[in-house]
Design a protein around this ligand. Structure first.
Ligand SMILES: [Zn+2]
Ligand SMILES: [Zn+2]
Length: 273
């Protein structure tokens, strides 16, 4: 019997939550992904979308969770103080991050955002959470799930992930700016042949010159990389806060003509592999 391997999007927006009429269809929550691989539950990032995800996990009775951070910019961690399972000692939420230079660790970052006067509830109330810091490039196995990590090109660092389960694979490449030859080569090798590649498509090629060095890529680059690396399904992700539903529709139509299988991430979307 083939066991479930699926990816669900609880938040697809970059930089800041964007509630409003123009973002109703694609969603305004920031990055939060759920991967189900057999009996393992894996989350990527804890942006604002994680608030709703946390409630859903409680309802479903999911208590054993591995949460992998791409990095610790606010849009990727702002949901942690509102992620209910984190406060409950009956849950095991193992948080992982691999983007740090040696002097930082994940627990320090969470302590900083969860302390007065930034936030009234202290980090030591997170009774369900443990923190692990590793070095980007590390690979290991979580039960039957193979986990690979790679360094991305982003201010302060970020970490890409590739999860392989019973011959199927998902890569998550956000936040990442193309254009560093050494890292471009490494990222291409990292995603080679992957089934689903979630990719930072914050800008278009036309917009990009204004944002060089900001740490993000373009939807055209997502397709070029997908072509070079034989990626089946590139999924555009980390939408710019200013990108309306109509604008994302237009991009969706363009990419469908260029790469069968390519799509734009929508909050609530579930991909079954
Ligand atoms: Zn981001
Ligand atoms: Zn970032």
């Amino acid at each position: 019997m083939v066991r479930e391997f699926s990816l669900r999007f609880w938040g697809v927006r970059g930089s800041t939550p964007t509630p409003g009429q123009e973002t109703l269809r694609y969603g305004g929550e920031t990055t939060s992904l759920e991967i189900r691989a057999g009996d393992k539950l894996i989350l990527i990032d804890c942006g604002s979308g994680a608030r709703r995800l946390g409630r859903d996990l409680i309802e479903r009775g999911e208590r054993d969770i591995d949460l992998f951070f791409t990095h610790t910019h606010l849009d990727h961690i702002c949901g942690l103080p509102f992620f209910q399972p984190a406060y409950d000692a009956d849950f095991a939420v193992r948080c992982w991050a691999g983007h740090f230079a040696e002097s930082h660790c994940l627990m320090d970052v969470v302590r900083r955002i969860m302390s007065p006067p930034i936030f009234p509830v202290a980090a030591d109330t997170l009774k369900g959470v443990t923190f692990e810091t590793y070095a980007a490039g590390t690979r290991w196995a979580l039960g039957d799930v193979e986990i690979e990590t790679t360094r991305l090109n982003h201010p302060g660092g970020a970490c890409g992930y590739r999860f392989t389960f019973e011959g199927r694979s998902i890569a998550v490449i956000t936040d990442h700016e193309h254009g560093n030859p050494q890292l471009d080569t490494a990222v291409e090798a990292f995603v080679k042949g992957v089934d689903v590649m979630v990719y930072d498509a914050m800008y278009s090629d036309e917009e990009y010159p204004k944002y060089v060095g900001w740490g993000h890529s373009t939807w055209q680059e997502a397709l070029r990389l997908a072509q070079r690396a034989y990626v089946l399904m590139p999924v555009l992700f980390h939408h710019d806060p200013g990108r309306s539903d109509d604008a994302l529709d237009e991009i969706g139509e363009l990419i469908a003509k260029k790469h069968a299988g390519a799509c734009v991430a929508v909050q609530g979307m579930k991909i079954e592999l």
